[in-house]
Design a protein around this ligand. Structure first.
Ligand code: TXA
Ligand code: MG
Length: 326
């Protein structure tokens, strides 16, 4: 299949309307969409990504007014969260309407819903005029794509279209909150911080860390966010560049600039000024390291508060899933 790259939300939406797949930019990461009410189209997403069919998708809508097309939106808490954070990097898990095909939610009776803030995403979703089921637009297990080029790197020839937009501003996926229980819980950390959620819902539960518990978000069971390179977490920038082809990302200055050789110097360095910049650059840096043949990526840890919680979650998953421990 030939993958069309377009700047036109209308052209990208035409693929969704004819039962095909189209990738589109959002402020978190790029998504790979299909009409959420077309089961055959949604199956193409799983095929293109090589995604396990037990991992449910997020239904994307243009506007908060469309939540009730796919879900029961009677929860006051869910309404308050949506009022505050939609459109934006928040996903709400709600009771699913029975007319949404079960392939979207991997047989669950709940559905994840999100209204992206990105202008191109909104224009695209408006023309689609249907809820668009979409996971991140990467091959399953790879870091999520934050640029249209990264989408092509993973999915060229496997999807019908990519809507070309700006690099994703946030750079990490949305925060997923389960609103189907009395006390809502964060299932996946992301672009909206736990602190911000608690300003609206003070008793919001944080993500569960007990490995003995069954993860409530099916996606958290799977290997995720892993570059080909080995990922090593360090609390300080290693002072001597290691004798291997290595990359470094972190807030602290590693004391060496990037070199094209690997003679005991960094191959690639991404020094970031803030945790927000770290989030914005992380997945792209992992992909650049893979493209440059880097063997080991040293990632400096950050305080697990604010956006730092989501950064640490992705770093720990990448460390577990990377070549070193696969
Ligand atoms: O920022 C994002 O969320 C991006 C953009 C494209 O919107 N999408 C994204 O989708 O990251 P994906 O499929 O890569 O991650 C969705 C997460 C997975 O962990 C999945 O298991 C969880 O949301 N999820 C989806 N539906 C769920 C449900 N009904 N109950 C619990 N978790 C659910
Ligand atoms: Mg994903």
């Amino acid at each position: 299949m030939k993958t069309i790259v377009t700047d036109s939300p209308e052209e990208a939406a035409s693929f969704i309307l004819s039962g095909e797949t189209a990738a589109f930019p959002t402020e978190t990461v790029y998504g790979l969409g299909a009409d959420a009410f077309n089961a055959a189209a949604v199956r193409k997403i799983f095929e293109a990504k090589g995604r396990p069919t037990d991992n449910p998708l997020i239904a994307h809508i243009a506007d908060v007014g469309e939540v009730d097309r796919v879900a029961d939106f009677s929860s006051r808490i869910a309404q308050r969260l949506a009022e505050r954070f939609f459109p934006g990097p928040l996903t709400l898990v709600l009771p699913k309407h029975t007319d949404v095909p079960l392939v979207v939610t991997a047989d669950l009776d709940t559905i994840a819903v999100r209204a992206p803030e990105n202008k191109e995403a909104q224009a695209f979703l408006r023309v689609c005029a249907c809820p668009v089921a979409a996971p991140s637009a990467n091959r399953s297990g790879r870091p999520s794509p934050t640029t249209w080029q990264a989408v092509l790197e993973d999915l060229d020839g496997r999807i019908s279209c990519v809507l070309r937009g700006e690099p994703s501003v946030v750079g990490l996926e949305s925060t997923v909150v389960d609103c189907t229980t009395d006390i809502p819980r964060v299932l996946r950390t992301g672009g909206v911080t736990l602190e911000a959620l608690r300003e609206v819902v003070p008793d919001m539960q944080g993500p569960q860390h007990d490995p003995g518990d069954t993860p409530r978000s099916p996606g958290m069971r799977h290997r995720h966010y892993a570059p080909v390179a080995r990922v090593v977490l360090v609390d300080k920038a290693p002072s001597i560049p290691p004798r291997e082809t290595a990359g470094y990302i972190g807030i602290e200055d590693p004391g060496e600039t990037a070199q094209s050789d690997s003679g005991g110097r960094w191959r690639l360095v991404e020094q970031v000024a803030t945790p927000e910049a770290y989030a914005h650059r992380l997945f792209d840096f992992m992909r650049r390291c893979d493209a440059a043949g880097v063997e080991t990526i040293y990632c400096q840890t950050v305080e697990p508060t604010g956006i730092g919680a989501a950064i640490m979650d992705r770093l720990q998953r990448a460390e577990k899933g990377s070549a070193g421990s696969r």
